[in-house]
Design a protein around this ligand. Structure first.
Ligand SMILES: C[S@@+](CC[C@H](N)C(=O)[O-])C[C@H]1O[C@@H](n2cnc3c(N)ncnc32)[C@H](O)[C@@H]1O
Length: 215
């Protein structure tokens, strides 16, 4: 085995599911994380999933998703120093060197706030457990984007300031309506923000439903 491959231990991306439910938005995000992690040879774990929660069919069908009812603290009790919490309120930014220091990257399984709430973040529920934190820049990202960016930084060794972003993209719902997404996304090769398959359709459907509820 070469020295390079010996150093590159596979990464584990852990999303601690912090909401009592798992709605269609989270289901698409988690499916996307599972697929991209499998493609890069990394492991994806969804932890603290309530035993009573029935997984949506798109997730139940995935071999590459490891679902755990236990929480991250219990699962990685003996490896706490190798866990990095991705935390919008952390003092230091994630850097490629963190790929050597940490093997396990922990994210909050929570939907974003609109408008983003200053420094009050629900990620603090994980911060209180005492993990070393790293920030991915000042703007709120979706959970799948946060995992994607972490992979780009620690696996592909691209520093945060060399990643191309699309901030707060506007999605056109119909001829008359548009909605602004309150997140930072990675810019894809086509110049568009990278989003999970089916997300644009879901957002449009939700927006149409919102309009119907008003009628
Ligand atoms: C949709 S965000 C949740 C943001 C929300 N405002 C909160 O309550 O923390 C889901 C997860 O993505 C990660 N994340 C999102 N943006 C981040 C950033 N700028 N820096 C570090 N982590 C981020 C965090 O792990 C966060 O728990």
């Amino acid at each position: 085995m070469s020295q390079t491959s010996a150093q590159a231990a596979p990464k584990t991306y852990v999303v601690e599911h912090l909401d009592p439910e798992l709605g269609p938005w989270s289901a698409l995000e988690y499916e996307c994380i599972a697929k991209e992690s499998a493609e890069s040879g990394a492991r994806f774990m969804l932890t603290s999933v309530p035993a009573t929660l029935r997984l949506p069919p798109n997730l139940a069908a995935l071999d590459s998703l490891h679902v755990e009812h236990r929480g991250v603290e219990e699962i990685f009790a003996s490896q706490k120093a190798r866990v990095c919490l991705l935390d919008p309120a952390a003092s230091f930014e994630l850097s490629p060197a963190d790929g050597e220091r940490f093997d396990i990257f922990l994210f909050g399984g929570i939907l974003g706030d609109d408008p983003p709430r200053g420094m009050i973040h629900r990620t603090s529920e994980l911060r209180m457990k005492g993990y070393v934190g790293r920030r991915l820049g000042p703007k709120q990202m979706t959970t799948d984007t946060a995992v994607r960016v972490t992979r780009i930084v620690v696996e592909e060794k691209t520093p945060l300031d060399q990643i191309e972003w699309v901030d707060y993209p506007e999605l056109r719902i119909n001829k008359h309506e548009a909605t602004e997404m309150p997140f930072r996304y990675v810019k894809g090769k086509d110049g568009e923000p990278i989003m999970p398959t089916g997300m644009v359709e879901l957002i449009k459907k939700d927006a149409d439903k919102g309009l119907e509820d008003l009628l």
